[in-house]
Design a protein around this ligand. Structure first.
Ligand SMILES: CC(C)(COP(=O)(O)OP(=O)(O)OC[C@H]1O[C@@H](n2cnc3c(N)ncnc32)[C@H](O)[C@@H]1OP(=O)(O)O)[C@@H](O)C(=O)NCCC(=O)NCCS
Length: 175
């Protein structure tokens, strides 16, 4: 796929040269708390994980993109697993410590979900988080997700459907 360009962020495939940045993110305690990260998290493991992205996309298992800001790896947005029968997928995202609280996740998730609805034919995208993860719930709400009424323990499930009104750019003054 060609890179997706939004307001201040670019979404692109992972490249082999990103491995050390990915390993650094996997080592971050907040990323570990909020996302499913691999057990093996060295730069070597990250390089191997990156080399498997085409296979995972071909198998329709997952799609993971770098959120790039000014040429640097600022974060990641990803979808997977997919429920092909229901045309649904689970969203995950993180932003590295150097880039937080500047709208990077809001821009990246907004751009990514719009692309996923248009290009992947999804009917719904789900995300799981907790009320304690204030950044995550704020990003989801800004990108048009709504929390499902049922909450299992501390885990909240949020959903956005393809026919729901979504801001094109969550931070743009035009929206
Ligand atoms: C959650 C996370 C992705 C937010 O990324 P971010 O780029 O800082 O988010 P944004 O800058 O787009 O913030 C969106 C809103 O949330 C607020 N926010 C961000 N982090 C916050 C925090 N820790 N506490 C309270 N509010 C927070 C921002 O101020 C902003 O509010 P505003 O719209 O009123 O200005 C980032 O903290 C992270 O990577 N956390 C670890 C991984 C994770 O939990 N991922 C989510 C999995 S569902």
């Amino acid at each position: 796929m060609s890179p997706l360009v939004g307001d201040g962020v670019t979404l692109r495939r992972w490249a082999a040269g990103d491995a050390s940045e990915l390993a650094r993110a996997w080592a971050d305690p907040l990323v570990q708390a909020g996302c499913a990260v691999p057990v093996d998290r060295s730069s070597h493991d990250a390089r191997r994980w990156i080399s498997g992205q085409q296979h995972r996309a071909d198998q329709a298992q997952s799609v993971d993109l770098v959120v790039e800001v000014r040429g640097r790896v600022a974060g990641e947005v990803g979808l997977g697993p997919f429920d092909h029968q229901r045309r649904a997928a689970v969203l995950g995202f993180w932003v590295g410590p150097d880039f937080r609280e500047r709208g990077v996740a809001s821009h990246g998730v907004g751009l990514f979900t719009n692309w996923a609805f248009e290009e992947l034919g999804l009917a719904a995208i789900l995300a799981q988080t907790t009320a304690m993860n204030r950044g995550s719930t704020a990003v989801l709400a800004k990108c048009g997700f709504a929390q499902l009424a049922t909450q299992v323990g501390a885990t909240q499930t949020w959903v956005v459907r393809s026919d729901a009104p979504r801001p094109l750019d969550p931070e743009s003054p035009k929206n």
